[in-house]
Each structure stands twice: as C-alpha cells, then as structure tokens.
Design a binder for this molecule. Structure first.
Ligand code: PLP
Length: 480
C-alpha cells in the first residue's frame, strides 16, 4: 500500500466505521458462533504472496463480524461499559501513526509531558487533593496504566517494597524472605478478582474482609482482622478498597478505612475502575471523600469516560514510592536529562517498558466534550439505570437486589436461583440483549449495566418489554 492508496483506504475505513456505528442496532448483539468457528474460515498458513486490500476488507464481514459481541450496541448490558467516542477513535489513529514508544521523556517528550498534564486535568476534575497532582509542590503524580488490574498490581508491589524497607529499618537483621512470608494484604469479599490475582502474582497473602449488608467494608471489621493478624505475628501492609464493586457497584467506607491504614502505615489503594469516572459530577464526589488518606487511586476512563480502551489512570501521593520499587537504569535507556529532576520517565511507573501515546485520547475527548459534556454523559447513563430500576420495581414478580447508585441495576425474579438462571439463559439465548449475572449473598442475580453511549430511554423500555415477555414464557413452562 503506497501513500496514495493509504489516503483512499483510510477514508473508506472511516466510512466503514461510521456505518458500523450508525447501524450497530441492526446487528445481533451476541454472536451465534461455536468455539473454533474461525479457523476453518481462513487459510492455515499466512499468504506467501501479498493479497490486496479488497481481499482483506471483504473478510471483515465474512470472518470477523459473525464472531463479534457488539459492546457498543444499545442492546449490550453486560459487565461494565467499554467507553467509546469519535474524538477518542481519531486520537487513537494519530497515536498509531506517531507510533512512538514513550518509555522515557527523551523517547518522545510530548508523549510524557501530555500524559502528566492530562492526569492533572482529570485529577482536578475529580477534585483530588493536590498531593496527587504533578504540577504542584507535592510529591505525587499520575500515570496511564493499561488496566485497573495493572494499577492494583503496581500499587501492591510498591507497597510490598515499602513494607520490607520499613521493617528492615527497625530490624536490620530480618531477611527479606522472612518479612515477605509474614506480609498480609486485605481487600473486600466483593473486590474484583484482579485484586486477589495481584496478591498471587506478588506472592503475598490476600485476606478478604467480609462486607456488611450493603456489600461494603467498614473500618471496624478491617481493624479486627488486622489486630488478630498482628497478634499472630503477621505484618499487615496493604488494603485495596473498592469504590463501585463489580457485582453490585457498592462503595467501601474509605473515610473510615483510610485513618486506620494511615495509623498502621498500611498502603491504601482505591480501585474505582468503573465508578470513579462519576466523581467528576459534584453530586457523586462525596463518595470519594477519604481519598486524602489513600496512597494510590485508580479509575478506568476506558470504562465510563468516553475514552476507548486502553486508558486506566492511576495517581500516587508519593512518586518515589513506585519509582523506588521498579527503577532499573541500563545504559541504553539512560538520557542526559534524566537526572535534572525535571523529567518523568514513565517506564519506572509500570511493568512493561513500552507504552503508547494514550494521553492523546484524553486530550481530544476532554477538549471536545468539556467537563460539562462528560458530566452529561455520566448523568444520562445513571438516569437510564434509574428508569430501568423503576420498571423493575413496578413489577411485583421482581426485586431489586442492591441500591442503584450509578449505571448498574442488580435484579432478580423473586424465587429460586434455578429460576433466575433459567431466565438469564433464555435472555442470552434469544440474543436480543446481552446480560451477565453475579452472586449476592448466595443469590443468583442478573446485572443490567447501561453501557453503550447511544443507549436511550426507548432501548431501556424495549429491553424491559423483552425481559418480561421471556419471563411470561418461562413461568408458563411446566417446570416453573
Ligand atoms: N476493578 C473493578 C472494580 C472492575 O469492575 C474491573 C472490571 O470490570 C476491574 C477492576 C478490572 O479492570 P481491568 O480490565 O481494567 O483490569
């Protein structure tokens, strides 16, 4: 492909993408394919001779689209949203074209500098304490990780390193292996599986703190567990609190948990992967009160802030905590400005070396939506979830299973888990809408998450009509 063809094909691709998005509702949201469907549709070897662009593009509808779950369809209500917007897609194109690998300031100064400023912009939208911002006299700053899972892992590894140093400072004879074997981290029994995984990867115990009847952890329970662990000779060092849990979007009481962690020198990380975006709205910001006690905080703009995957923003109160844990300086990565104290080399803030110019997406989206446009997006989706909640509440056969605070509604048919499993199966087999379940207090619950940017009231009404129709059919079946 030469530059002239690239110009032509690029414009055609934008048209294809625009058509895809404009007509996405006409596609079945969940595919009909069976595992292994794709292999027989394409050759077993890469082609020896080049093919044409037409050959490739023809196969998109034949090979790829039949196996796509359409996350941006207004009939997609599963998991949590994957953000998407036109400015972010265009910025992603430019990011691909620039194609820099911004591991150090010198590797592409704009890549690093825009990221630092964008994290400050978003930090200010969230009203984060100044300690977390880079453009202040504080010691903090922000970084884009690929995912919330990585942000949790990075925070846990940094906390682990800090804990070992702290113990060795007071007891220089203690070996690192001995300290590591005594470290204990905590999270809620509702936390995302990536938190438990971070413990596994980091080689430390991870204990699950039981939640109250609103699925949140409170200070007293954490304190009790920590006291017991300390009495048993263990060393509590890390808490991952969640704001907006995956099963039910519950909020841990961080203003109670934070002071306990601070008093015990325990690193508090906050995972607000989904719900964190909503804190740009003043009415939701009180849920973030207590962030001032945290050592690190993370949210995924690629979930709810109109920035296409990947973009997971993480702030730390003390940059030296993570840089100190991960710093490696082989000669081929050093540059003459690195000791000036003025530059950030993001490779020290993350696990991989390479990194894309993801802050371009933030810059385009923040400028073209403005804070008001972003707030309107969040409010609209919360409003749609409330509409769905009202429809569920008005039908006496159903119950709401957790308080609806953001864009997620947890609901079920009053009755057995088997009945609800059968309902979900019927919904997903019909393939008109797509939902996933969760378990709350041992009960099988259906999760309805408002996801697509283009979801409107009439989609919510249509989804509910469909669910009630399938419920009617289910309840007619002899077994029920
Ligand atoms: N934390 C929470 C609360 C989540 O809901 C999710 C995903 O939904 C994750 C972490 C994992 O996100 P990621 O895919 O960015 O690692």
């Amino acid at each position: 492909m030469d530059i002239a063809e690239f110009r032509r094909r690029g414009k055609e691709m934008v048209d294809y993408v625009a058509d895809y998005i404009e007509t996405i509702e006409q596609r079945q949201v969940y595919p009909d394919v069976e595992p292994g469907y794709l292999r027989p549709l394409i050759p077993t070897e890469a082609p020896l001779e080049p093919e044409t662009y037409e050959d490739v593009i023809r196969d998109i509808e034949r090979v790829i689209m039949p196996g796509i779950t359409h996350w941006h369809s207004p009939y997609f209500y599963a998991y949590f949203p994957a953000a998407s917007s036109f400015p972010a897609m265009l910025a992603d194109m430019l990011c691909g074209a620039i194609g820099c690998i911004g591991f150090s300031w010198a590797a592409s100064p704009a890549c690093t500098e825009l990221e630092t400023v964008m994290l400050d912009w978003l930090g200010k939208m969230l009203q984060l304490p100044d300690d977390f911002l880079a453009g202040t006299h504080g010691q903090g700053g922000g970084v884009i990780q690929s995912t919330a899972s990585e942000a949790t892992l990075v925070s846990l590894l940094a906390a682990r390193c800090k804990a070992v140093r702290l113990v060795q400072a007071s007891d220089p004879q203690s070996s690192e292996a001995d300290i590591l074997s005594k470290l204990v981290a905590y999270t809620s029994d509702q936390a995302h599986s990536s938190v438990e995984r971070a413990g596994l990867i980091g080689g430390v115990r991870m204990k699950k703190v039981p939640t109250d009847d609103s699925y949140s952890i409170k200070g007293a329970m954490l304190k009790k567990m920590m006291e017991e662990d300390k009495a048993a000779g263990l060393i509590p060092f890390y808490l991952c609190a969640t704001l907006g849990t995956t099963p039910s979007c519950a909020f841990d009481h961080i203003s109670e948990l934070g002071p306990i962690c601070n008093a015990e020198k325990i690193w508090m990380h906050i995972d607000a992967a989904y719900a964190g975006s909503a804190f740009i709205c003043p009415e939701f910001r009180p849920l973030l009160n207590g962030v001032e006690f945290a050592d690190s905080f993370n949210l995924n703009p690629h979930k709810w802030l109109l920035i296409n995957f990947d973009c997971s923003t993480m702030w730390v109160k003390k940059r030296s905590d993570i840089i100190g844990a991960f710093k490696m300086d082989p000669l081929y990565l050093t540059h003459e400005n690195q000791e000036s104290g003025l530059v950030t080399d993001y490779r020290h803030w993350q696990i991989p070396l390479g990194r894309r110019f993801r802050s371009l997406k933030m810059w385009f989206v923040f400028r073209m939506y403005g804070l008001k446009g972003l707030q309107a997006h969040i409010r609209k989706q919360v409003g749609l979830a409330k509409e769905f909640e009202s429809l569920v509440r008005a039908d006496k056969r159903f119950e709401i299973c957790a308080e609806v605070i953001m864009g997620l509604v947890c609901f079920r048919l009053k009755g057995s888990n088997e009945l609800n499993e059968a309902l979900l199966k019927k919904i997903n087999h019909a393939r008109r809408i797509h939902l996933v379940p969760c378990q709350l207090s041992g009960r099988f619950v259906l999760r309805f998450a408002v996801c697509a940017r283009s979801t409107e009231s009439h989609h919510i009404e249509e989804a509910w009509r469909h669910i009630t129709q399938l419920t009617f059919e289910l309840l007619q079946e002899p077994a029920h």
